[in-house]
Design a protein around this ligand. Sequence first.
Ligand code: 3HC
Length: 675
Amino acid sequence: MNAPISTVREGDVLVVTSNNPPVNALGAAVRQGLDAALTEAAGDDGIKAVVIICEGQTFFAGADITEFGKPFVEPSLPVLVDRIEASEKPVIAAVHGTALGGGCEVALACHYRMAVPSAKFGLPEVKLGLLPGAGGTQRLPRVAGVEVALEMATKGDPIPAAKAKDVGLVDRLASEGALRDEAIAYAREVAGARPLPRTSTRDVTVDSATFDTFRKANAKRFRGMDAPAEIIDVIEATAGKPYTEGVQRERMSFMKLMMGAQSAALRHIFFAERKAAKIDGVPDGTEARAIKKVGVIGAGTMGGGISMNFLSAGIPVTIVEMQQDALDRGTGVMRKNYEATAAKGRMTAEQVEKAMGLLNPSLSMDDLADCDLIIEAVYENMDVKKEIFGKLDRIAKPGAILASNTSYLNIDEIAASTGRPQDVLGLHFFSPANVMKLLEVVRGAKTAPDVLVTAMTVAKKIRKVAVVAGVCHGFIGNRMLMPRQVEATNLLLEGATPEQIDRVHVGFGMPMGPFQMADLAGVDIGWHRDPTRIENIRDALAAEERWGQKKGAGFYDYDDKRQPSNSPRVAAIIEDFRQKTGTPQHDVTDEEIVERTLYTMVNEGAKILEEGMAQRASDIDVVWVYGYGWPPYRGGPMFWADGEGLKKIVAGLEKHGFEVSALLREKAEKGEKFN
Ligand code: 3HC
């Protein structure tokens, strides 16, 4: 393998180039190469300045995450960045792509930073449960101020080059395509400048109120997470102290987080997300079909949300409804959603018009004839779906991909209503479809490999995290939700309250518990609509129009600000069912709630794996983190189960009389893990 770092002299400037695809991660060979280049520059009187630049898609996108937890190789990144800053000759960072984590820290250690306008700077370590560990917590507050440093390091979102320039992180912008030349010219310009601007020697202005204000403002967002709190503590404890003292504290905290369970879980999710894109059983080199135009059937909440994904990615969409008023309502909602995003400053008015301009509303399915991908998003009814797919079979051009957004129904049965089952698959979006990251790609028995590859490619284009699922009731996510719902309701009958169960789930790190979720989604979803037929607690609530937040009453009562409170009426309904069913009561402990609502999910996940409905355990974790708000710092249900110990999970399931998955039992007996 070629060395990733090469040097070339351009007159009196040494250009140090990294070529370490795909993202120029700062692995051992890169660090060693950079170190050697600094030695070369120091030892050559003919060199007056150094430019560090990267080839390929990006500047260094961070430390090499695959090295974490492995034996340490010199030089470390913290030592290397200090060496860059200590150089007696000016070092210029020439940035394109994403200067992330360690990459941003390398740039911060350079004396001058130049970037093309499309470049981005970020400290995403927090998303891996870590903190910037190569001087980032020390140099960024010195360069851009404490507020910017807190924001970037605790939230992990990158900022564009123009903003980076505004906050002082970039000294000069370069023209796209001319970075190397302009960085060399910049290097010549500053070659004789002395003293060199060394970031670590700058002062930090500290206002002690800043930290508490920031903590308070973000308390909800950072709930349950170790890294953001540690980052704030480190910056607070070290701002105003000498750099050498600050980096020591930074290192200690970095190591503490690195050894912690949360970082292990978040690193698992990082790799799981990327692994999910790889499909078993698809021949190498399978090419994706071109998707230049998309059709969506149904302009309801789902159809509208699905369409917005494509419009935002610049792909034209033809959206079809049966009635003009429904079509107008649907497209009106889409426009309103875009305008709301623009009002928050996350889109310009031109971008809104551009996206809406790509939308072609229609009342005729015949208008889908030129679409490369058609997604059906009508209500869940097999007969209706079969009829639509039968029609599509006659209308769609040869090679068009026909997808259903069903959340439960059998894709093979839908595919059989066409003469081209190889072109049919499920694309299960999650509501709100323009926001939620997850996409379940449901592989039918006859779905062609290139159709699957196309689905994964398109998913990436519309910025979804796609996971392949097999055909089974509810696929991966909703199938695992079912035992949770059943047990949550059983627990109510046996003596628990909705708020107790929700509290346990929220305490675990879920955004909301099962009953809060029911109230948000609508208690009447899937209800048979007969108020006289009351077979369970949910029927009773629905019959009284306690449909959740939208009605001001559901499992909770809501005030006019949608603040929930415990409902005496719900307590009475539950009591009534306890009497009617003669269910014996007991004190339900929090532990029992975990065992019956979370262990059962793991058990279902194991059955899904056993049946080959998910390709790998980590895919299940991705589904739950991106589709249902499972706390990422717990790594998804299967990763979490590994940490709990599979023997303990089996024992918990057996205690309550559940049928244990054979795979789960086997793994527990062998002392194995899912991941
Ligand atoms: N280390 C090792 N491998 C990495 C990596 C990293 N920092 N970043 C990405 N990769 C790998 C991915 O695993 C993937 O591998 P695969 O092809 O085998 O699946 C490949 O690079 C391509 O990655 P993506 O599919 O994510 O490519 P995209 O083009 O979609 O995105 C990116 C590029 C924005 C750079 C994205 O990969 C990313 O966000 N990477 C992580 C950045 C990060 O977290 N950096 C901080 C690291 S921690 C650190 O720096 C600690 C320091 O403070 C001491």
